[in-house]
Structure formats: structure tokens, C-alpha cells
Design a binder for this molecule. Structure first.
Ligand code: GDP
Ligand code: MG
Length: 505
């Protein structure tokens, strides 16, 4: 999506005259891209109309920054779709709230329930989990396992079918160890009451989400909701369901009063456009996103970075927030100036390394930067990627001068990042170094994006020999460099926003 939208805007800004025809072509291109990203057709059409209203062709012709205006308009429109205008119910610590999770089977409800509980537990809440899914065999076991791992109290029962399974597996078990029940409504009510008595302040009800017998499912949701009277119903949506998002969300909204959305599996290939549909269908905000199978792969949803990512712009606003967060105030103006000019030295960077701050694991930091997360650092394969970068480092050691300087700077920082990762503690500036590198690479790529000097055969051979590597591997490294340089070159002229006027554009 990001690629085609940027391309569309790029093409438009290359045109000498921006007339209605050019604008329309651009909008059509963007429409296609948004549809591909699973944004609902109706929403896309509305957006197109709105943008046409906002973007005044006369203004464009008068030499304003056309690209910026249009990009800003698209960005704002997408943000607007994601903002239903009213915040969702927010539970209060110390006061019991019942939160019911709904969504189709496989959408990630059970996982998300645990993540949600764990997230709050870390902040000092007393959460509890209730398994009201009696439909799927193993549902209670799954919740029990998750809850035990996170040390969160749970409530549930094996259904009769489960019991038979269990008995067949453990011949010697005494039957009354298992008190069975298969009415989800009853279990939900019992669970909620139990935990209210135990003064839990966040009682989370996980429900069933079978695909078949849809009418029965929605009826069950209605009954569970009526019986437990939840303060908030959260609709859990798999980001990869595509155009089906709107209907699915709407169907749940019609049977229970959905008040918030959580989008899961944002770590996968899905573009996340379905989130826009879910918000539109439920008139409720997205509150969290799931970014992996693990308990802590869960993030508070933030509209602007999400839209930036959707548009393929990287999470620069989040990244810049971090800069503002961790650089001492009095050093900021000077530093930001240097950053925006791309005017910096190794010394500056090393000085900044002294500002050691805690950041997330390496994958998280990389995922904020365009291009990195998916390719150089595939999720779950960080170790491999690190080995690869280390290999690149050895090759670079065998390079001379020009090429080396650039590549060295680039990978030296990545290498530093890796070293720091061992302690899971990062210097902020090792991260922002990536940003600095971006600036260096940009000036280089501008000269020539496929630097012939750099690609010179004998040079490559020499590097390979010197580092004891295959020519193929050296080529691979150069390709990696070019790829990153290209991504970063898009960031050229990135305006450094001041605190408070954060814009991802
Ligand atoms: P439920 O049927 O709605 O309760 O869904 P589950 O919680 O059982 O999740 C279904 C599958 O999706 C499981 O294999 C989960 O590990 C996986 N899953 C859930 N959330 C995420 C996520 O954010 N990212 C990834 N990669 N997998 C997820
Ligand atoms: Mg489940």
C-alpha cells in the first residue's frame, strides 16, 4: 500500500501542472491501493470525495507544496476514519469492571484476553480471566495455561465432551475431580461473581467464536452479555480477514454493544486496513493491537503511527517522540538541527552513546523504522539476522575508503545495537543513529543510487578475498545497502517536528 500511494503522489508531483486530471489519476491510484489494503470500498469512496473537497486546485497551482498538501489530506482522512469521536469505556483501577471479548474463532480472543490482563496486571491491577467458551474443545485448557503462565486467576469448567476426552486419556482419574458444565452463560455469571467477591478490578470474559451456526453464536453472545452486564465489550479482529471486516464487526455490534476494537496479528503481512472498517462498523475506537503470539506483544493503539505504517511511512512520529523523550531538553534544539541537516560526526554520535536509556528489544526498535522490520530483521529470526550483519561487518572491514565509510557508519551502529541488545538496554542514540545514517545515505544515493564505483567487480573481489567471503555474499550486502538507502532516501527533507506538533508527514 505504502509503495503505491507514495508512487501515486510521486508521479503527481512530477507532473508540471497539477490539474484535475492529474489529481484524479492520483486519487484513483490511491483508491486502488487502499482497497488492496482491505479498506472498505465505501470508506475509500467517501475519502476520495473528501480529499477532492479539501484539496483546492488553485492552491496547488499557486506553487504550494502539492505533494505535502495531498499527503497531509490523505493522512488526515485516514486518521479521521479511525477516530469514532468518542473514547471507549476506560476501566478504573480498584473498581470492578467486567470486560467481555467477542470475535470469530481464531481471531485471537483468548490470546488477547491474556495480553489485556497481563498488560493491566503489570500496572498494578488485579485482573481475572473467565472462560465462557464451552464450544471449542480445549478452550478452557488454553485459557488456563495462559493464565497460569501470567499468574492471573481464572475460572472455567470442562464441558462434558472435554471430560470424555480427558477420561480417555487418564484412565485412573476420579470422575468427581471434574465438575462439568457446558452452559457458557452460567459459567460466565459464576466466574464474574466469584471474582467480584475476590475484589478483582478487571474481570475479563473470554467467549466462543465458532464459525458455523452463526445465528446461534450471536444469540449466545447476546445472552452472555445480558447475564454478565459487561462495562465494555471488545471486538477482536484478525487483521488479515480482509474486506470481510466490516460485515463481521457489524454483525457483532448488532447483537452486543461493542465499545472497543482490538486488531490482532499486526505482525503478519496484513496491511491493517480492516481496522478502519471495524471502527466504522462499530463506531468504536481501536484500543490495542496484537503484534505477536507472546503475552507482551501488545501495544496501545495510536492512530498516527498506525496510519503512517499503513501508508508505508514508518513510525517516524513514534520515533521522534522517543527522541523528545530521551534527549535532555537543553541539548534538543542543537541536536535536532544537526539531525535535520544530516550534519553530524562520529564524535557527536559517540558522545550521544553515553545517554544510555532503556529501550525495547532490538526487533521492536527496528520495527519502528521503515524497511527494517520485515526484511533485515524478520521477526523471530533476530539471531540469524544479527549473524548476517556481523558477516557484513567483516566484509566491510576489507573495504577501502568511500564505500566503506558509508557502509561502515551504517553497520557500525547496527553492530552497536546488537551488542547492547545483550543487556536489553539501549542507548537512545544507537537507535537514532539509524536516523543519522539515513541522512548520510541519502546524500550518497542522490549522487547515484547504484553507485558504480561501489559495485566495481575488482573491488567486490577484493572485498570478498579480504573478508574470506564469497563474492555472492558481498553482492548481497551491497544489495542490502542499496535497499536500505532507497528506503531512507524517501525520508529526505523530513521535517523534524517540535514537541507538540508531531506529524507523521
Ligand atoms: P480465539 O479462537 O479467538 O480465542 O483465538 P486464539 O487466541 O486461540 O488465537 C488463535 C491463533 O492466533 C493462536 O495460534 C494465537 O497464538 C494466534 N495469535 C493471536 N494473536 C496474535 C498476534 O497478535 N500475532 C500473531 N502472530 N498471532 C496471534
Ligand atoms: Mg478462544
Amino acid at each position: 500500500l505504502g509503495g503505491s500511494i507514495s508512487r501515486a503522489i510521486q508521479q503527481m508531483s512530477n507532473a508540471t501542472i497539477i490539474d484535475e486530471k492529474v489529481l484524479n489519476e492520483c486519487l484513483n491510484e490511491i483508491t486502488r491501493a487502499l482497497l488492496q489494503a482491505d479498506v472498505q470500498f465505501k470508506l475509500v469512496r467517501e475519502m476520495q470525495t473528501n480529499i477532492k473537497k479539501i484539496v483546492n486546485l488553485d492552491d496547488l497551482a499557486a506553487g504550494h507544496n502539492k505533494r505535502r498538501i495531498i499527503q497531509q489530506a490523505i493522512f488526515n482522512e485516514l486518521c479521521k476514519i479511525l477516530d469514532p469521536g468518542k473514547p471507549s469505556f476506560t476501566p478504573k483501577k480498584g473498581k470492578p469492571s467486567v470486560i467481555m471479548f467477542v470475535g470469530l474463532q481464531g481471531s485471537g480472543k483468548t490470546t488477547t484476553c491474556t495480553k489485556y490482563a497481563y498488560y493491566h496486571q503489570k500496572k498494578g491491577w488485579k485482573p481475572a480471566l473467565v472462560c465462557a467458551d464451552t464450544f471449542r474443545a480445549g478452550a478452557f485448557d488454553q485459557l488456563k495455561q495462559n493464565a497460569t503462565k501470567a499468574k492471573i486467576p481464572f475460572y472455567g469448567r470442562y464441558s462434558f465432551d472435554n471430560l470424555l476426552d480427558i477420561l480417555s486419556a487418564f484412565e485412573n482419574l476420579e470422575i468427581d475431580e471434574f465438575y462439568t458444565e457446558s452452559d457458557p452463560v452460567r459459567i460466565a455469571v459464576e466466574g464474574v461473581e466469584t471474582f467480584k467477591k475476590e475484589n478483582c478490578d478487571l474481570i475479563i470474559v473470554d467467549t466462543s467464536g465458532r464459525h458455523k451456526q452463526e445465528a446461534a453464536l450471536f444469540e449466545e453472545m447476546r445472552q452472555v452479555s445480558e447475564a454478565t452486564n459487561p462495562d465494555l465489550v471488545i471486538f477482536v479482529m484478525d487483521s488479515s480477514i480482509g474486506q470481510a471486516a466490516f460485515d463481521q464487526a457489524q454483525a457483532f455490534k448488532q447483537s452486543v454493544s461493542v465499545g472497543a476494537v482490538i486488531v490482532t496479528k499486526m505482525d503478519g503481512h496484513a496491511k491493517g486496513g480492516g481496522a478502519l472498517s471495524a471502527v466504522a462498523a462499530t463506531k468504536s475506537p481501536v484500543i490495542f493491537i496484537g503484534t505477536g503470539e507472546h503475552m507482551d506483544e501488545f501495544e496501545v493503539f495510536d492512530v498516527k503511527p498506525f496510519v503512517s505504517r499503513l501508508l508505508g511511512m514508518g513510525d517516524w512520529s513514534g520515533f521522534m517522540d522517543k527522541i523528545h523523550e530521551v534527549v535532555p531538553m537543553d541539548q534538543q534544539p542543537e541536536l535536532l538541527q544537526k539531525l535535520s541537516e544530516g550534519n553530524f560526526t562520529l564524535r557527536i554520535m559517540y558522545e550521544q552513546f553515553q545517554n544510555i536509556l532503556k529501550m525495547g528489544p532490538i526487533g521492536q526498535v527496528f520495527s519502528m523504522l521503515p524497511g527494517f522490520s520485515s526484511e533485515l530483521m524478520p521477526k523471530g529470526r533476530e539471531k540469524e539476522s544479527q549473524a548476517k550483519i556481523k558477516r557484513y561487518m567483516t566484509m566491510m572491514d576489507s573495504m577501502t575508503n568511500e564505500g566503506k565509510q558509508l557502509l561502515f557508519m551504517c553497520f557500525a551502529f547496527i553492530n552497536n545495537l546488537m551488542a547492547w541488545e545483550l543487556t536489553f538496554s539501549f542507548s537512545f542514540f544507537q537507535n537514532s543513529a539509524l536516523f543519522l545514517i539515513a541522512n548520510v545515505l541519502i546524500s550518497d544515493t542522490e549522487l547515484d543510487s547504484s553507485n558504480p564505483k561501489l559495485m566495481n567487480d575488482s573491488r567486490i573481489m577484493r572485498i570478498a578475498r579480504g573478508s574470506g567471503r564469497q563474492v555472492r555474499e558481498v553482492m548481497e550486502m551491497l544489495e542490502e545497502y542499496k535497499r536500505l538507502a532507497k528506503i531512507w532516501s524517501k525520508m529526505k527533507g523530513l521535517k523534524i517536528p517540535k514537541k507538540g506538533e508531531m506529524s507523521a508527514l
